[in-house]
Structure formats: structure tokens, C-alpha cells
Design a protein around this ligand. Structure first.
Ligand code: MEV
Length: 438
């Protein structure tokens, strides 16, 4: 077991690695080499990455890919996607190509309100607290004026503060439930700064509020923090086409395809076990764009899954239906994204991603990202109801398996050709490699 270490954060990068090698890897030189191989020779670039977080000792690469042919509201986009899973980018590209000949994707932001809360304890008369809140609200807004000044210039700011009585759930528990518009910023720092100031002012004003008893003057703040549950920061994306323009084959007519597709989505609307996987596939596309554009994918994930459970049962984020002779497929999802602040002007590949998308504002990025999710889900269901997922997936996964066997370029060429007409499995790749090598 490694010993307790103090002052680790103050060690140089090389000394951190030395400590790690000594206490976790038996001083193995390969470990040190692996970590240092990933250092960038451009010192300035390396320092930039080192300073994104703490205790950085190396870089962790993820593929940076692109998916072309996305026609969204009449504009063609090439989507930047950062994801390690094979098949995802190919599937997105395939879906984009399919829909670009059928009118493309339509997307629309429905609302952009974000939420933050000051959670506090007040042991007293709730009507008195309501009167105190009404009298203090203008002071709360005034107290954050220096924080909100710039945001207001850009069209955002604090939208509303509401006092919520939660005492039926926890004794003495109340909230200041605050809503914000943060325009093109994801807004976490802005929201949290406002909330912490609201909390300070609220507590200070309570101390001098004449109607409060000594006891009531002691409001206890538990915490002030934004919420990643953003059911009022919503975007919708849709594709539709006449049923006879849907795929068809010997086993499945376009009409049967449409019916089967709708059934597959319906299953994810009623069956949580399926819904989670269905939504995971949607998030394959969404997270990849969110990461490439420097947004917080954990926040997006948390918000999306909470939204999927908003009716008390976890269900699909997409919906499919047949309207007369039209097939209509859509997604509705909360996406609190930003195109300014955070990594957006720091990480060179994030900057490039935003450039690739034509420097979108936050609303445009919400639309593009929702489309990535819908396209991914279309591709997944298309495979699931026709060939099954493994056929395409294993073909894409072939390169990973070949790399596991350290196949040479010639071996790769031969085996890729072989597996064009033969089913891919780990054991079959092993067999074929052994044959080639013997
Ligand atoms: C795999 O990463 C995602 C899928 O399982 C999604 C789905 O089943 O809809 C293919």
C-alpha cells in the first residue's frame, strides 16, 4: 500500500511521476515512459493542459472525429465528435447522410432558463418569513448588481427569485429558488456567485429585521448551488419523411420498417431497462459533441437522465410516430450549453470545433447537439430492428481487436478484406491471425 503523502500537489510533474512509479509500479521504467510519451513537445500547449486541472502528470488522448453531412434547419454542418467508442461516428455520419436527402433535421430551442437554489433553515413563523422575503427581494437583486451588470448587457441576468416552503419534507427547510438567463455562457460561475451573494445578504438582512424574534433572526444557510436539473432549458429536434422513403429490404417493407421503428421507441417509453440503453445511445452522440465543444458532459448527462424520469418513470428521450403517411421522429432534451467562457477560448481543439460549427451561439449549439442525439438514436434503432447491432459494431470494432493482437499493417489489410464477408468475433480474429502467422 502506498504511504500517505503530503505536499504532493507541490511536487514537480516529474517528481509526481517518480513518486507514483516508486509507490505503485515498483519503479518500473515503462510506466514512466508511458506517462512521459504523452507529454506534448510544445511546452506552452502542455502547460495550458497541465493547468486545466490539478496534479496533472500526463495527457489522456481521446479520438477527435468529425461527422459530415448534417443538414440542420437548412444549413449543412460537419459535427466535431470526441468519443472513444467505435461505430458511434460512423453511425452518426450514416444517419446524417440518410436524412440530408429527406429534408434534413429541424431543430428549435423551446426555453433557456437555468436554476439555482439557496437552501436554508428557518425555525419560525413562515408568514413572517414570506413578508421578510418580499421586503428583502429588491435588496437581493441590488446586492448582485456588480455580478449581473455584464450579463444584463448581453441580455441575461436574474429572472426571478421565489421563496419555497419545504417544511413538509424537512423540518424548518426553505429555499430561495432562483431562475437565470445566461445567454451564451453555461453560466455555472455566474449563477453560483449570485446565489452566494443572495445567501449573504439574506442572512445579514434577517439579523436586523424588526419583526423577527431573536430566534427567527438566525437563518442558517445550508448551501447555495446551481441545479443541473434544467427542465426549462429545452431543445427539440425532429426528422420526418413519407413512409415510402424509409429503408426497405426483402424482409421488411418501408411500412413494416416504420411500424417496427415506432414499436422500438414505444418499448423505450414504457420499459425502463430498455429506456436506459436507448438513452445511453442518444448520449453517445450528445456527449461526443458536448466534449468536443468544451462543455460539461457530466452536467448534461445528469440533467438529461433526470428529465427522462420527470414523469415519475424513467423513459425514452425520443418519440416516434406515424402521422398519415409520414414517419415523424423527434427528441426533446434539456441541454444547458455554453459557447463562451470555460474551455471555449482555451482549449485549441474546442476553439477549432466551434469554428467548424461556424461559431454558434448557445442556442445554435443546443440545436446541433440535440440533432446529434437524434441521429445517433435513429442509427441505433435502424440497426437494432434490421441487422442487429453486432454486425456493424463488430466490423468497426475489428480495428481495436487487431490492435490488441498487435497486427502489422499488412496483417490488418488482409484481415479487413477477410472480415468483409465473414462475421467478426474476437475468437475468429485470433484464429485468422494465428493462421496468417504460422
Ligand atoms: C451502444 O453504445 C448504444 C446502443 O446500445 C444504443 C441502443 O441500444 O439504442 C446501440
Amino acid at each position: 500500500m502506498a504511504p500517505v503523502v503530503s505536499g504532493f500537489s507541490k511536487l514537480s510533474k516529474a517528481d509526481k511521476i517518480k513518486w507514483l512509479a516508486e509507490h505503485h509500479f515498483n519503479n518500473d521504467q515503462n510506466t514512466i515512459n508511458t506517462l512521459t510519451t504523452y507529454w506534448n513537445s510544445d511546452q506552452k500547449l502542455q502547460q495550458l493542459h497541465d493547468e486545466f486541472t490539478e496534479n496533472t502528470i500526463s495527457n489522456y488522448y481521446l479520438p477527435f472525429s468529425v461527422a459530415p453531412n448534417f443538414l440542420i434547419n437548412g444549413t449543412r454542418y460537419t459535427l466535431p465528435m470526441t468519443i472513444e467508442e467505435s461505430s458511434v461516428v460512423a453511425a452518426a455520419s450514416k444517419a446524417a447522410k440518410f436524412w440530408q436527402n429527406r429534408g434534413g433535421f429541424k431543430a428549435e430551442v423551446i426555453a433557456t432558463t437555468k436554476v439555482g437554489q439557496v437552501h436554508f433553515m428557518y425555525a419560525g413563523d413562515s408568514e413572517k418569513l414570506q413578508r421578510f422575503f418580499t421586503a428583502t427581494k429588491p435588496l437581493l437583486l441590488e446586492a448582485v448588481s456588480s455580478i449581473t451588470k455584464n450579463m444584463e448587457k448581453r441580455g441575461g441576468g436574474v429572472k426571478e427569485i421565489v421563496l419555497k416552503d419545504k417544511t413538509t419534507e424537512i423540518e424548518n427547510y426553505f429555499q430561495l429558488h432562483c431562475t437565470f438567463e445566461t445567454v451564451d455562457a453555461m453560466g455555472a460561475n455566474f449563477i453560483n456567485s449570485c446565489l452566494e451573494q443572495f445567501a449573504k445578504t439574506f442572512v445579514a438582512e434577517a439579523k436586523t429585521y424588526d419583526d423577527f424574534s431573536d430566534h427567527e433572526k438566525n437563518i442558517e444557510i445550508i448551501m447555495s448551488i446551481l441545479s443541473n436539473y434544467v427542465p426549462e432549458c429545452i431543445v427539440q429536434a425532429t426528422v420526418s419523411c413519407p413512409i415510402n422513403e424509409l429503408p426497405n429490404g426483402v424482409d421488411l417493407s418501408s411500412k413494416q420498417y416504420a411500424k417496427k421503428f415506432v414499436q422500438a421507441v414505444r418499448i423505450a417509453e414504457v420499459e425502463p431497462y430498455r429506456a436506459v440503453t436507448h438513452n445511453k445511445g442518444i448520449m453517445n452522440g450528445i456527449d461526443a459533441v458536448v466534449l468536443a465543444t468544451g462543455n460539461d458532459f457530466r452536467a448534461i448527462e445528469a440533467g438529461a437522465h433526470a428529465y427522462a424520469a420527470k414523469d415519475g418513470k424513467y423513459k425514452s428521450l425520443t418519440h416516434a410516430e406515424i402521422q398519415d403517411d409520414q414517419f415523424v421522429f423527434s427528441i426533446k432534451i434539456p441541454l444547458a450549453l455554453g459557447t463562451v467562457g470555460g474551455l471555449t477560448s482555451l482549449h485549441p481543439l474546442v476553439k477549432l470545433s466551434l469554428q467548424l460549427l461556424g461559431q454558434p451561439n448557445a442556442k445554435k449549439l443546443m440545436e446541433i447537439t440535440a440533432v446529434a442525439g437524434l441521429a445517433q438514436n435513429f442509427a441505433a434503432i435502424n440497426s437494432l430492428i434490421t441487422t442487429g447491432i453486432q454486425q456493424g459494431h463488430m466490423k468497426m470494432h475489428l480495428m481495436n481487436i487487431l490492435n490488441q493482437f498487435e497486427a502489422t499493417n499488412t496483417e490488418k489489410e488482409q484481415l479487413i478484406a477477410y472480415f468483409k464477408t465473414n462475421p467478426v468475433s474476437h475468437s475468429e480474429v485470433a484464429n485468422q491471425i494465428e493462421k496468417l502467422r504460422s
